[in-house]
Ligand binder design. Structure first.
Ligand code: FMN
Ligand code: SF4
Length: 554
């Protein structure tokens, strides 16, 4: 990512953000890939056309191929496993021309097992009649209904919101009476680790940004939850928006940042609306702006909507996106806490991570660390897909057996052979291994899987494992940012090998070749997209060999 381009983007700051203008332009025109629009946006930022066009053409929502599309069918892993996509597509073909139907990944309605986006709103895969009515009148039931269950008592992340005054009381106390060093101690004692996937210690990240030199710093909330099968962050933004905002405000106060930005994926239009309303409520309550509560603390919050790119969940690609540059992953160091948004010190945290801050303020660091295990502290949310009897959001203490979560949800509606936990880069857990796992970072790693963000996709017995791993390669090939060749080429070659073996029974995949391919991706990719997808594929090869053997050379 070019330093010069970051500096040019910084000139206009977050208020007249070039990326936001691209998305607005696309919303109005159907695509931002119109030269005059792109040219004008580039001119304002002193970017050349190639820079802006290079960025615009990256995103699904801004792409020319999607111009004229009227309805988008969710093609995420959970909908694939629910087997609803073909039927939904056929029904839509009775209302739309083929070329008007696009795909989108994923709408976070994994609990319904079928979803679509129409006129900027999300709907569950509906009955034929309801769909007909929706197309005819533009009106339909877009309500998102799922169970919210806490195994943890009292609940922390799923507790009922008591209103702004009560909820922000510990925050007010912190900024009027507290001191930053003392908060640093609480954060360290809490042991909170990032929920975005990698489990990075929060106190380390925040302290690094606090110590970084520079008058301008940023807090960025990573609300790009791109893992198909996950709707944890969606739940928090839509049902508990203040938990996220409070976490960002505490981060701003601690690190000395005056601006907080939520990068929210466009596939979640309701999240954008609800977060914006919550920001307005905070402003009205006098908790945003200059000199908050007379403490000298200034803080502003703003949401920016994404435009359809899984890689924008990777933190350096997300920052490039916010700067209006092509969202390619960048090498670290420097880490974002030293050189982040516009090359200024920046904390990037996941939605769920930030939502844990309220519990640390109220319970104290040590009290918080009483929940969970010594190495994986605190509460954790899981999102369960439509194969569960009671799909929804489940709050548990870290360390809770996976089987307990399954039992809480009433088990499965159909026969399931494996669970993919943690998104497309998470492990594929055969049902025989469920009893060995507890919901924490260590247990999954020890057993050869990865907990990741903990969206759960059930793979039914009826789903051929070869089809599922082809889907994973396809997903990676579609979403690769293209910066490093092991991922860019490896994912495409992997997809081709599997497609060929599926379509031509005389063709068998060379085991050495696929092992080399997976090892190369794992060991040499720049980020965890190319580096992570070999794990579930290796899990499948190891645990479902009997089913997969016929596609491979003996
Ligand atoms: C391909 C890829 C996709 C990612 N997607 C997300 C995402 O959607 N949300 C998220 O919070 N983190 C995502 N991450 C992890 C982020 O890069 C980063 O580690 C995280 O936002 C840090 O926040 P945390 O410390 O609170 O977990 C992704 C990483 C990779 C490699
Ligand atoms: S692994 Fe894939 S997504 Fe990550 S930097 Fe390389 S090409 Fe980009």
């Amino acid at each position: 990512m070019s330093k010069n381009l970051s500096a040019l983007s910084f000139r206009k700051g977050v208020e007249k953000n070039v990326f936001e203008r691209m998305v607005d332009a696309a919303d109005k025109a159907g695509t931002a890939e119109k030269n005059d629009v792109v040219h004008q946006m580039g001119q304002d930022h002193l970017f050349g056309d190639a820079i802006t066009l290079g960025a615009v053409s990256f995103y699904d929502f801004l792409k020319k191929e999607n111009e004229g599309k009227k309805v988008f069918v969710c093609n995420g892993s959970a909908c694939l496993c629910a087997g609803t996509q073909d039927k939904l597509h056929h029904t839509l073909e009775t209302h739309f021309k083929k070329e008007e139907i696009g795909h989108i990944c994923c709408l976070g309605r994994c609990h319904e097992g079928g979803a679509l986006q129409y006129q900027g709103k999300n709907y569950s895969g509906q009955s034929d009649e309801a769909l007909g009515e929706l197309v005819k009148t533009g009106e339909g039931d877009s309500e998102d209904r799922y169970a919210v269950v806490s195994h943890l008592q009292p609940p922390q992340l799923t507790a009922e919101f008591p209103g702004i005054d009560a909820y922000y009381a510990p925050f007010k106390q912190l900024i009027t009476e507290g001191n930053r060093d003392a908060l640093g101690v609480e954060l360290k004692e809490s042991g909170l680790r990032g929920r975005g996937g990698a489990g990075f210690p929060l106190h380390f990240k925040w302290s690094s940004c606090r110590a970084a030199e520079g008058a301008v710093k940023y807090i960025v909330c990573n609300a790009d939850e791109g893992d198909p099968g996950a709707y944890i962050d969606k739940y928090l933004m839509e049902k508990q928006p203040h938990s996220v905002l409070l976490g960002m405000m505490v981060a701003g106060w601690f690190a000395g940042a005056e601006n907080g930005i939520l990068y929210i994926r466009a596939e979640y239009p309701d999240s954008v609306t609800i977060i914006n309303e919550a920001i307005e409520d905070l402003r009205a309550a006098g908790l945003l702006g200059q000199n908050i509560l007379g403490t000298g603390f200034n803080f502003m919050l703003k949401s920016i909507k994404g435009a359809g790119a899984y890689i924008c969940g990777e933190e350096t690609a997300l920052l490039a996106s916010l700067e209006g540059q092509r969202p390619e992953v960048r090498t670290r160091p420097p880490f974002p806490t030293i050189e982040g948004l516009f090359r200024k010190p920046t904390i990037v945290n996941n939605v769920e991570t930030l939502s844990n801050i309220h519990a640390i303020l109220t319970l104290g660091g040590k009290g918080y660390a009483q929940i969970g295990t010594p190495k994986s502290t605190g509460p954790k949310l899981l999102s369960l897909d439509s194969h569960f009897v009671r799909p929804g959001i489940y709050e548990v203490a870290m360390g809770t057996p996976l089987q307990t979560v399954i039992d809480l949800a009433g088990g499965f509606k159909t026969r399931i052979k494996a669970l993919q936990i943690g998104g497309p880069l998470g492990g594929i857990v055969p049902m025989s291994h469920v009893g060995k796992l507890t919901i924490d970072f260590e247990s999954f790693k020890y057993e050869g899987f990865m907990k990741g963000h903990a969206g759960v996709v059930s793979i039914p017995e009826s789903m051929p494992m070869i089809e599922y791993i082809q889907h994973l390669f396809q997903f990676t090939a579609d979403e690769s940012c293209g910066k490093c060749f092991p991922c860019r080429l490896g994912s495409t070659r992997g997809k081709e090998l599997i497609a060929k073996a599926r379509s031509d029974s005389s063709y068998k995949i060379d085991r050495e070749l696929i092992t080399d391919l997976l090892d190369t991706m794992e060991q040499t990719s720049l980020c965890a997209l190319g580096g992570g997808v070999p794990l579930p594929i290796k899990n499948a090869l190891e645990h479902f060999g009997d089913e997969l053997n016929s596609y491979f050379k003996a």
